[in-house]
Design a protein around this ligand. Structure first.
Ligand SMILES: [Zn+2]
Length: 242
């Protein structure tokens, strides 16, 4: 009960914390996200406190996904989306939340439709990709970490131009991706209702896409290699700031 009392979603379900409620039924609730990826980004949560979706009962699962599907259908219509992307989480906020996000990606003359890509890309690539699409050269007086994703999107290239992807909070490097690995640096901190948690962590995203199991103890050499690499990258980044 102590855990449930501190949980923000339990507070919302109990009516003690504010949220914009989109829909509610016996076992599930849909609310708007407080920091949406895009317009319409919602959270669908079970009313009972349970950390992961696989901790739910069959009836709760049925209710949760029925609500998510209903909301997704409304999003498709409202936002003219190509599809609705869905994530099921429970780590940072340890109360199951699935979030449907309206998603569109279209350029019929350049990008074949209905392709599914499993290669890494991120928002930093939008700048380089947009400039390439407009036929504009990237500035040459600084390092641009985003890459042009058009060859990958068009099918010309089969793999992402990123060998490594770095994640920042402000100017501080927080994490890196390399292949299936995600390395969180030692100063990476997040606060959960259970208290403060701090890196370094290593996750094998092929086996653990939810980043639930730190495997740094199993791969200490790999972690050391990533630690050195991220330190060198941060130094380079600090020097190159404009
Ligand atoms: Zn809860």
């Amino acid at each position: 009960m102590e855990k449930a009392k501190k949980c923000v979603f339990c507070e919302i379900v109990a009516g003690r914390a504010k949220a914009y409620k989109v829909y509610e039924d016996e076992l599930s609730m849909c609310i708007l996200d407080i920091a949406p990826f895009t317009e319409g980004h919602c959270l669908v949560i079970p009313k009972r406190h349970a950390q992961f979706w696989h901790d739910l009962t069959e009836k709760e699962i049925e209710c949760l996904f029925k609500t998510a599907r209903m909301v997704a259908k409304k999003m498709l219509k409202q936002y003219n989306s190509d599809f609705i992307c869905m994530y099921a989480r429970g780590r940072r906020i340890p109360h199951t939340h699935i979030f449907p996000v309206p998603t569109a990606s279209r350029w019929p003359s350049q990008i074949p439709k209905a392709r599914v890509l499993d290669q890494p890309a991120m928002n930093i690539d939008l700048f380089s990709t947009s400039l390439a699409a407009a036929g504009i050269q990237l500035p040459k007086d600084r390092v641009i970490d985003g890459k042009d994703m058009l060859p990958l999107l068009s099918g010309k290239d089969k793999s992402s131009p990123h060998e490594f992807i770095y994640f920042y909070k402000g100017k501080q490097l927080q994490a890196m991706r390399s292949g299936n690995w995600k390395y969180q640096l030692k100063h990476y901190v997040y606060y959960s209702p259970m208290g403060k948690k701090q890196g370094p962590w290593l996750f094998d995203l092929a086996k653990d896409p939810n980043e639930s199991y730190n495997v740094i103890g199993l791969y200490p050499e790999l972690a050391r290699k990533f630690e050195k690499q991220t330190a060198a990258w941060q130094k380079n980044f600090d020097r190159g700031l404009k």
